[in-house]
Write a protein that binds this ligand. Structure first.
Ligand SMILES: Nc1nc2c(ncn2[C@@H]2O[C@H](COP(=O)(O)OP(=O)(O)OP(=O)(O)O)[C@@H](O)[C@H]2O)c(=O)[nH]1
Ligand SMILES: [Mg+2]
Length: 323
């Protein structure tokens, strides 16, 4: 997956601490005090530069990664903010090296090289502290993005619908995924992937958070993740309704959302009414994930649409050990 190998992003103090230690080691290699100070000044600028460049290189080129992952990063953190922070780190990398080199030249000409060394430490520390909030933000981005699930190069069924209708209960029944199931809306807050063997093939189910029928600009980050999965990674969408309305939402709004989803996607859509143990709805496939009834029929309906060639997926990712 695109984000899995991003290394931890250190804080400003951690960067400074390690860079000062590296420069101090270099300094000890020189016997002459002035040469040692000059060496320290040059080495500390270079050490900070290298660490900052390493941080930037740890992040993928967001313009080149699959759209789904790019959208996830954007929904969760804002692409502009991520790019701004990476830009700030790039700025600091460039300037710390420049300042280190400039002050090393000054040190050569100076009568008191110790003063120049101290000035260097102060200036570089201040520059790196200026980007401390960017470093902390990037580390938070890293911690969240690296936990996003793999969406593999396999036939992908995205499960969607209103909150609390039984999406997670369904994916638990049919795949390796074990998302939390609870009797309140928005239990699922992110994308969850589960797998199922189908002969020699593996198919993949994506559980998504619930979506409300409301204008796009009012949707929150949790709902947006579900929409992005439907649009970007689905080969087939399974839309779950709850005609019992035990989910807390009337059928009218659930059907409005269904209409919207139909407009939004260009892949096959299977609609199923869940909670048939409470209420059956004529005209739709029905199941009860609670009682385990109707599941096989729903799977058969999904698989009747299984494309020979899958589409819309992110680039292949390494094989997973799970299942
Ligand atoms: N009676 C009945 N209850 C069900 C059935 N399927 C799910 N439930 C219950 O409905 C509630 C919601 O189930 P979830 O699977 O968490 O629903 P979800 O759609 O994933 O919910 P969000 O993640 O909040 O969007 C839980 O209390 C389940 O036990 C069913 O077939 N019959
Ligand atoms: Mg759920």
């Amino acid at each position: 997956m695109e984000f899995e190998h991003i290394p931890t992003v250190p804080t400003a103090d951690e960067i400074l601490d390690r860079s000062f230690r590296r420069a101090a080691k270099k300094m000890k290699e020189k016997t002459n005090k002035d040469r040692a100070n000059e060496e320290f000044v040059r080495a500390v600028g270079a050490a900070i530069h290298d660490r900052l460049v390493y941080i930037i290189r740890g992040f993928p080129e967001f313009d080149q990664i699959p759209r789904f992952y790019r959208e996830m990063a954007d929904i969760l953190f804002g692409m502009d903010r991520i790019k701004q922070s990476l830009g700030a780190v790039g700025w600091a990398a460039k300037h710390t090296k420049m300042v280190g080199n400039q002050l090393a030249v000054q040190s050569r000409k100076s009568d008191d090289t110790t003063i120049v060394r101290k000035r260097t430490v102060a200036r570089l520390a201040s520059m790196v502290h200026q980007i401390d909030k960017d470093l902390r933000f990037l580390n938070e981005v890293r911690n969240v993005l690296r936990k996003l699930p793999h969406v593999e190069d396999a036939c992908t069924i995205v499960i969607a619908g209103y909150p609390n209708v039984g999406k997670s209960s369904f994916i638990r029944q049919v795949s390796s995924a074990v998302p939390e199931v609870a009797s309140y809306p928005f239990t699922t807050k992110g994308i969850i992937v589960g797998h199922r063997k189908l002969g020699r093939e593996r198919i993949q189910f994506v559980d998504t958070p619930g979506i409300l029928d409301r204008p796009a600009e009012q949707r929150n980050a949790i709902e947006k993740q579900a929409l992005s999965a439907m649009i970007n990674v689905a080969d087939i969408v399974l839309f779950i309704l709850d005609p019992s309305e035990h989910c807390g939402y009337p059928m009218e709004v659930q059907l409005n959302l269904l209409g919207e989803v139909k407009e939004m996607i260009d892949v096959p859509l299977v609609v199923v009414a869940n909670k048939s143990d409470l209420q059956v709805m004529e005209g739709y496939l029905s199941m009860s994930t609670e009682k385990g009834e109707g599941i096989e029929e729903v799977l058969a309906a999904i698989l009747s649409h299984k494309p020979a060639v899958t589409k819309n997926r992110p680039a292949p990712s390494p094989p997973e050990t799970q299942v």
